[in-house]
Design a protein around this ligand. Structure first.
Ligand SMILES: Cc1ncc(COP(=O)(O)O)c(C=O)c1O
Length: 395
């Protein structure tokens, strides 16, 4: 009883502390579909914080594919892949992704979070060292922690620091370098060609997370590795189906040996029920659309360039963003949320991002743009950002 009482007090105190620091988080409610124009908490707003970059989350063709799959294969998969939950559509999706990424083999995971956990913890152990960019996604960090490998963080995109760290740890241990290709809060791009060279020189494995690059970068939407022509130089290519693909789940591509190893050793793959077949069907359809409709990607890039240029012209600090993720650095968390709330009241939905997601003094608005935003949407948002930015003395 005493313990239960104490833990309840602890919850209250932790929440109160977060509130006083301006860091308390609350859920907003989206009424209806993931669209550009949405109703959130009863207010009609234009959505500038979804990762639905190509507008596929509610594409009728993806919906039809899911409905057909439900009719044919039912809802749940009923078991993990290694028991009896390995269905025809899992196999088809993996073949499709391997072809899309031009890789020997592919394995689907239930989310990007569990993929990073499951890949890193399967291939690394306490005898290895993982070198990780300081701004890598939380799921990568959690995967490293779970693996019990030694953990070395290098300053964001700092290639000489990475090289120095590898030199300092130049022993025969297993070495893994891991990086996001598009950083989820800064929107900038990893220096992949240099990372590849450094890994080759130092005999380190390289793993990339293409969550925010898949469908957007590369001639065919294959990601940043494809953009730089590096498809054969990277050992482990992870990506998600939950962002530009508009669906759910994740994948890892590489050599067949890697995939067979993960099937046998990745606990996050082995000990969970497999994805519903309907999600596999819509993901296959999403890849087909990405391959057949490059105009979606082109529209997205036109929007990215326009918005980024206009925000810089207004005097906002958008860091080194070069993707659909455009931050506006505010620093102060309370001011960040005030900005976000004022925008919301003016009909623009942009989330504020605060610690612990970003470092102290790096709070920001995280704007995301999609191929479905029209010029008027962007101009309307810019007008409101300018008005409120000036009122808050940020520009
Ligand atoms: C870089 C990165 N990796 C992994 C994930 C996790 O992906 P998912 O949302 O599919 O779990 C995310 C997204 O939240 C991400 O931004």
């Amino acid at each position: 009883m005493v313990w239960r009482y104490k833990i309840k007090i602890q919850f209250k105190e932790a929440l109160e502390k977060r509130k006083q620091q301006g860091l308390l988080r609350n859920l907003r409610l989206l009424e209806g579909e993931q669209e550009v124009r949405v109703k959130i908490d009863g207010r009609n707003v234009i959505n500038f914080c979804s990762n639905n970059y190509l507008g596929l989350a509610n594409d009728p063709r993806l919906k039809d594919a899911a409905i057909e799959a439900i009719k044919k294969y039912g809802l749940g998969s009923g078991a993990s892949r290694l028991v009896c939950g390995n269905m025809v559509l899992h196999k088809k999706l993996e073949e499709k992704i391997a072809e899309f990424k031009n890789q020997e083999a592919c394995l689907v995971f239930n989310s990007g979070y569990t993929a990073n956990l499951g890949i890193i913890s399967a291939i690394m152990d306490k005898d290895g060292i993982v070198f990780s960019d300081r701004l890598n996604h939380a799921s990568i960090i959690d995967g490293i922690v779970l693996s019990r490998a030694n953990f070395r963080r290098f300053p964001h995109n700092d290639m000489s620091a990475l090289e120095e760290l590898l030199n300092l740890n130049n022993n025969p241990k297993k070495k893994l370098v891991v990086t996001d290709t598009v950083f989820s809060m800064d929107g900038d791009i990893a220096s992949l060609p240099e990372i590849v060279k450094i890994c080759q020189k130092n005999n380190a494995l390289l793993m990339i997370d293409e969550a925010h690059a898949t469908g957007i970068f590369g001639k065919m939407g294959g990601g940043v590795a494809q953009h730089f022509g590096l498809k054969d130089e990277i050992d482990i290519q992870m990506g998600t189906l939950s962002k530009a693909m508009g669906c759910f789940g994740a994948f890892v591509c590489g050599k067949k040996d890697l995939i067979d190893y993960l099937i046998n050793f990745s606990r996050a793959f082995i000990y969970t029920t497999s994805l519903p077949p309907s999600i596999c069907a819509s993901s296959i359809k999403a890849i087909e659309i990405i391959q057949l409709e490059p105009e979606r990607r082109q529209r997205l890039w036109t929007n990215i360039k326009f918005l980024k240029e206009q925000l810089c012209n207004l005097g906002f600090n958008t860091l080194k963003s070069n993707s659909a993720i455009i931050p506006i650095l505010i620093k102060n968390p309370i001011l960040t949320m005030e900005f976000s709330q004022s925008l919301f009241e003016e009909g623009i939905f942009v989330q504020g991002i605060r610690p612990p997601t970003v470092a102290r003094n790096e709070s920001r608005l995280r704007i995301t743009v999609t191929s479905k935003h029209c010029l008027e949407d962007l101009e309307f948002a810019l007008e409101k950002l300018k008005k409120i930015g000036r009122k808050l003395c940020l520009i």
